[in-house]
Design a protein around this ligand. Sequence first.
Ligand SMILES: Nc1ncnc2c1ncn2[C@@H]1O[C@H](COP(=O)(O)OP(=O)(O)OP(=O)(O)O)[C@@H](O)[C@H]1O
Ligand SMILES: [Mg+2]
Length: 238
Amino acid sequence: MSVLELRDVHRRHGQGATEVHALRGVSVSVEPGEFVAVMGPSGSGKSTLLNLAGGLDAPSTGEVVVEGAVLGSLSRSGLARLRRRRIGYVFQDLNLLASLTAAENIALPLELDGLAPRKARPLAEAALAEVDLEGYAERFPDQMSGGQQQRVAIARALVGERRLVLADEPTGALDSQTGEAVLRLLRAKVDAGAAGVLVTHEARHAAWADRVIFLRDGVIVDTSTGIGSAEQLLEVSS
Ligand SMILES: Nc1ncnc2c1ncn2[C@@H]1O[C@H](COP(=O)(O)OP(=O)(O)OP(=O)(O)O)[C@@H](O)[C@H]1O
Ligand SMILES: [Mg+2]
């Protein structure tokens, strides 16, 4: 079973003269153990696609299916539970809670899901260690650099039993070495059986993916597999 499936998805923002048809009939599926990169010019619909995949937004028509569940047919609480348990999301703007420490930010989705704090805590500390931030558990976001905050956000997206990991330009604020480390973490989560979708502008980052899909004006214009495909797609697009 695919972890993620988009079936002829359309998304229109706004109405009338100001309507934007951000996605126009996108169909794609991502299997367990598969890492897909999404590339395309600014405004082509990449973030829209990721938001739909994560259940943060709903399609105008078409279906989004995560682990066999049609998101549009779930109750509000059912969707919230699925998002907390099974979907990890790294936002372009991090979304760490300023009033919580690094460890508390990471433990939050686990605790919301009913895990006792004393059980969530060691998982959060292990996730911090995975992103090389041992000793930062008690730091608040404003006591960390942008790159360190980014890594906390990654740790939060990977902690627990997430099956679908979605990342929108997760390397944006990072130097290239830390950026590579982040991609290695995402790749490892996918190799352990999750499905991953990465939005990126950089061919060198897309090269970590098994497959690259290229969006333009809300449609998939090309898809390609294997290392080097991203470079080819960029040549096609320019
Ligand atoms: N809430 C919204 N209301 C109106 N239009 C929107 C909204 N969100 C996105 N759009 C429009 O939909 C189109 C796709 O936007 P989207 O954010 O998906 O692009 P993107 O490929 O992620 O671009 P970028 O690379 O700049 O992040 C754009 O034309 C954008 O202006
Ligand atoms: Mg975007």
